[in-house]
Design a protein. Sequence first.
Length: 249
Amino acid sequence: MRIEKLWLTVGKGGRPGRNITPKGLVIHWTANRSYGANARRNRDYFENHPEKKVAAHYTVDDSEVVQCVPENEMAYHVGGQKYTEKALRILGSYPNSTTIGIEMCVNRDGDFAKTYKQTVQLAAEVLKRHNLGTGDLWRHYDVTGKDCPRYFVDDNTAREFGFTDAASGWRGFIADVKAELARLTDSGSLTAKDIKGHWAEQDIKQALEEGIVSVDESGLFYPDRPATRAEVVAMLMRLDDRILGKIKQ
């Protein structure tokens, strides 16, 4: 999955710059159905309105996934005056310090089915990276009681977005993430089956995790096979995206 890393300014607004150890992944909706309210626009809202002190690690629309905050840093995405008993028991007294947040865009000029699909894929990858499972998926609603994402909380809104009802919509989302997580595990798309013991094993693992290189459908990397010109260009462009992201940080 290609991810655009457009970091928010450290110490400003919703990115305080504090390290976290993720225990859960929280799904949100932007609640902004305006035309053009896509992933980048929502990221820019976080950046340009620091007084709101809100952010998420990712914003997702039908064509792009934008990362706003590194996964090992806190983002102010699930704050509240009070938290549910379950959230306090599992996530601790301040869930922002133990969770990663994904905002799903609902702009009218977007294709929600594609946004949903991208979110499923992203959620599975995030869970896999942190050795979490679908039992660690949360709606914002589950943490604070807020009606977010509303289509997974309110039946009328759920039907607007093509779900039978809110509860079955959320169950379906969890099932889809579980299936994608199983596919990632089976295919080894975030790992490679043929690099164990190779002198560059750790570097290859890191490059896979960062999305700079990838494995084939069989989970093989072929570490000693020459790269084609096209593969070299693709790797350089992905690396360029990463470098630019750090510069903007």
